[in-house]
Unconditional design. Structure first.
Length: 132
């Protein structure tokens, strides 16, 4: 069954190759294992995608900004403690939401633990809105 499906995949790949080459384009097939080297990568990416539309309170955002102002890495457990959540899982989702919204980054290929280092993402200086 998998041999048959691979054969069908090769047929589709050749058809796509023919179409894109007629357009003067190039394409490359990238396999999942090349993008997601391990289960930690998949789990971390899925978690962050699930938090993209999460809401952080103004107090939570202030906590993030204070940690960013230090301009150095902070351990996952230390930031969670700063959120002063009564349940560690609440602190975890706050950190995950902050990461998903681009306030911090961490190594997506590593297992998330209390010792995971979070790095602040500093906001870029932007010009205000366009004025006419």
């Amino acid at each position: 069954d998998s041999v048959a499906s691979r054969g069908l995949g090769d047929v589709y790949k050749r058809q796509v190759q023919e179409i894109v080459s007629e357009c003067g384009w190039e394409f490359q097939v990238i396999y999942r294992q090349d993008i997601l080297p391990n289960e930690h990568s998949r789990e971390n990416i899925e978690t962050l995608y699930g938090r993209v539309f999460g809401k952080l309170s103004s107090q939570d955002l202030n906590t993030c900004r204070a940690a960013q102002a230090d301009a150095r890495s902070i351990r996952w457990a230390d930031l969670r403690e700063r959120f002063a959540a009564s349940d560690p899982r609440d602190g975890d989702w706050m950190i995950e939401t902050a990461c998903a919204q681009g306030l911090f980054w961490f190594d997506l290929d590593a297992e998330r633990t209390d010792g995971t280092l979070l790095y602040p993402v500093t906001p870029k200086h932007r010009h205000g809105t366009i004025r006419f």
